[in-house]
Design a protein around this ligand. Structure first.
Ligand SMILES: Nc1ncnc2c1ncn2[C@@H]1O[C@H](COP(=O)(O)OP(=O)(O)OP(=O)(O)O)[C@@H](O)[C@H]1O
Ligand SMILES: Nc1ncnc2c1ncn2[C@@H]1O[C@H](COP(=O)(O)OP(=O)(O)OP(=O)(O)O)[C@@H](O)[C@H]1O
Ligand SMILES: [Mg+2]
Ligand SMILES: [Mg+2]
Lengths: 164, 165, 164, 165
């Protein structure tokens, strides 16, 4: 199993390097095995250097949005290694500004041809990926109800204009 | 394999029978805070055999049964049906369409079905093994999981990789 | 000190009950001392029941946005107990939808007369609280620069329209 | 007491001397991901005597000194000045305006000043005690801290209360 692990690691690492470059539009991301005290096996550390920045690769100093983009790059790297015909995402765009959200959507579009997506979001940019939109409302307190939504029905609070 | 339909009845805030039809491509779910969007994801993971109440945000498994509200009393059971198209034969079953059912009664009685045949939880687990949809897959990223990924220790990340490998 | 603690707890608890009602427009929130195994002192648990919902008060079952509103109610309760003339908030509105964000802003407005606020946000509703707006940009890679911003300069990506 | 001005020089991504003038009321800071907004908060907490590098997102205190970029080499030191109006006399000092300075050289040499007089870190701590701005206050809520509040164990929350009491 150790060999399986190392092969998996090598592949996931390559995926991550590529994802990082794409999500950050440059820069350098990597995965590194590190020995840890008290741990029999080495752990996995993340090296992340956004373009133009000289932060020595430590992810702790990164901003909230940069950390999220890095983690998304890793999640996608794992997904690419073991692809599934279905991918479900719950508000992963929450800490992202519009530029980063668009880059995330462009990356997801690449998969949308071969993967069926179910994405929960509050973000208008992500909503634009939709082939189908459902709204969930709670008109009766405590009871959820599903409605179909057309893109033009969505206002800034997500759903209050529509009850189709 | 792709999702066709998810039916919820008495599951968390979905007191009434609710059906979500999935089209190919991207399905987006929107709505205000607390309206039930993440509960839909919980329903999917639950019907596929999630065993940890904590990972469904509950203290015990019975927490998934609709507890009642100002206008409606608690449900007797929670049921979720997931209907999947299997024409690509990813699932180890000789059917082009597969329905997985999980039901939990408030007295604790529990039941799984595959195409309306009584089944065990492990049958469901084995059916979805290697599709990425099981508990070992990376197909479902929950709310807050990205933040945890960042904060994780190197050894915790290794565990994540080992599940993939 | 135990008496100091209990007096503080009673006051903070009252603040939290009031804040919860205001932030959720109803419902019931409370703070409860709980005995914990292996702990010499009791810990503090949160009871939270949004209006119309019957979730027995457990915060774990709440949604992302509801948990955030509850935590904000607690943070404000602590702040009210030991008020400061200055309050600094970094993106606390991130998980909130527009209705909740507006409620948060209405709650903060009550303090704005006696408290000086410094608020980092990506949210248009929160930005409307501003007496002054600064933008931070990074035109030179890796180097931050401050600019003054007028409200009408802010587009959907926060700042790209302006360089005043 | 209110904030008048915050000056950053060589602190994290603020390589150039940068001044933020505070008006009464609400000051909003906006900008894209990674541009330096949270670094402004870090600067404020640092000049007030934050001792934990980890709570400033660094591994060691030297991490607050501007490390260099594609277009500019690393700084020799980081300096932050915080100017505060003390007409309401919240601060235990007989001045209507107080400037606190902290400087850290990349060789590790460090210095505090209060109104340009050399001071010790504990002098700064004592000055801001009970204003809510010290490390014991609730005046600064950092990015992600709300989420931690939710996930905290009951005993961890108790610690938070004990700091307040
Ligand atoms: N067993 C149950 N019975 C009734 N209601 C429940 C039950 N379990 C959870 N809920 C309710 O479901 C709501 C949470 O729904 P959910 O997490 O899906 O919200 P959400 O739409 O994802 O919101 P957000 O945008 O804030 O993440 C909570 O208000 C909770 O009260
Ligand atoms: N010592 C340093 N030298 C140079 N750059 C640094 C240093 N420390 C941190 N940085 C940079 O500062 C940036 C983080 O800035 P900050 O956390 O303030 O972003 P932000 O504006 O809050 O973004 P977000 O909206 O994503 O939270 C990182 O890209 C990091 O590279
Ligand atoms: Mg949710
Ligand atoms: Mg930030």
């Amino acid at each position: 199993t150790s060999r399986l692990f190392h092969e998996a690691f090598a592949q996931i690492r390559t995926n991550f390097q590529e994802n990082f470059r794409r999500l950050f539009n440059g820069g350098k991301g990597d995965l590194i095995m590190v020995e840890e005290e008290g741990q029999p096996e080495p752990g996995i550390d993340i090296f992340a250097q956004p373009p133009g920045k000289n932060i020595g690769g430590s992810i702790t100093l990164m901003s909230g949005g940069e950390k999220a983009m890095t983690a998304i790059g890793l999640m996608l790297a794992l997904f690419q290694f073991k692809p599934s015909p279905i991918c479900v995402l719950d508000e992963i765009d929450a800490p992202l500004d519009d530029v980063n959200c668009q880059r995330l959507c462009d990356a997801l579009k690449e998969y949308a041809r071969t993967t069926q997506f179910l994405i929960i979001t509050h973000n208008k940019i992500t909503m634009a990926l939709a082939d189908t939109i459902y709204g969930v409302t709670m008109q009766e307190p405590g009871i959820s109800k599903l409605v179909s939504v057309k893109f033009q029905d969505i206002d800034s609070s997500g759903l209050l204009e529509t009850a189709s | 394999m792709f999702l066709k339909r998810l039916e919820l009845h008495g599951f968390k805030s979905f007191a009434h029978k609710t059906a979500i039809d999935f089209m190919p491509g991207v399905t987006i779910v929107v709505g205000p805070n607390g309206c039930g969007k993440s509960n839909v994801l919980d329903a999917m993971r639950w019907v596929l055999g999630e065993t940890s109440a904590k990972s469904l945000r509950g203290a015990k498994m019975g927490d998934v049964v609709f507890r009642g509200s100002a206008s409606m009393k608690a449900a007797n059971f929670a049921q979720v049906n997931l209907i999947v198209n299997n024409e690509a034969a990813n699932l180890k079953i000789d059917q082009t369409e597969v329905m997985v059912t999980r039901r939990l009664f408030s007295d604790g009685d529990a039941e799984y079905q595959i195409n309306k045949q009584k089944a065990r939880m492990r049958d469901v687990h084995e059916l979805f093994l290697d599709t990425g949809l099981g508990a070992d897959g990376y197909s479902v990223i929950e709310q807050g999981q990205i933040g945890q990924m960042v904060a994780a220790k190197p050894s915790e990340r290794r565990d994540l990789f080992e599940e993939a490998a």
